[in-house]
Write a new protein. Structure first.
Length: 225
């Protein structure tokens, strides 16, 4: 079995060394970068997952994510000393998949990395396509088409569409969506889910599509039957 490849980006040498040792010990191939420019260059090596520090002196993690997200499809997990909801919404909007707050438990980080990689493998093995009138959702290649035209979606936007459209009519509250899409339990993430749903609906509306995602007041969201 091929080893998963992880790109670790952090300007703190001791953190890089600790993470490199941990993940290599657990069977991963590890690439490291100490700054944003080097991280962008190393992203060309097609890692399976990127651990990306936000606060770096030259090009910060947000800018690195913005520059590479259209060209890499792997999960990007931000490492940060602190984060507020506004920064989380911004980060998820540019393509982040998760946040790891420093100081962190390395065992929890390892579990999160493993969970993200398992989900990527499940997606790669999926061969399902959903059709509805002019709408086509290709779960294998993670594409959505309406009336033959592709719709540009951020990674997490497609993940939410995939979850809801695969369970048409089933209601998911915000906490359950966060747990399933981000792969772990969390509280207080309602603003993040609401922002993603708002963006999806705006893209559907601009494409001339019907709403598809319904709000069930006091309960959550569902894909219209």
């Amino acid at each position: 079995m091929m080893k998963n490849k992880i790109l670790i980006v952090d300007d703190e040498a001791d953190i890089v060394t600790m993470l490199k040792n941990y993940f290599e010990w657990n069977g991963y191939d590890v690439i490291t970068s100490a700054n944003g420019l080097d991280a962008i260059a190393n992203a060309e090596k097609q890692p399976d997952l990127i651990l990306l520090d936000i606060n770096m002196p030259d090009i910060d993690g947000m800018e690195v994510c913005t520059r590479i997200r259209d060209f890499v499809s792997c999960p990007i997990l931000f490492l940060t000393a602190r984060i507020d909801d506004a920064d989380k919404i911004r980060g998820f909007g540019i393509g982040a998949d998760d946040y790891i707050v420093k100081p962190f438990s390395i065992e929890e980080l390892g579990a999160r990395v493993s969970a993200h990689l398992r989900r990527e493998r499940r997606k790669a093995e999926s061969t399902k396509i959903h059709f509805d009138d002019k709408l086509t959702i290709d779960y294998t290649h993670r594409c959505l088409y309406y009336d033959g035209n592709p719709l540009s979606l951020a990674k997490k936007e497609f993940d939410i569409i995939e979850l809801l459209s695969s369970h048409r009519g089933q209601i998911f509250d915000k906490e359950r969506i966060y747990e399933l899409v981000w792969d772990y339990d969390s509280e207080g993430e309602s603003s993040v889910i609401a922002e993603h749903i708002r963006r999806i609906r705006a893209k559907f509306r601009d494409a001339g599509m019907k709403p598809y995602i319904e709000t069930v007041w006091g309960m959550g969201y569902r894909w219209a039957k």
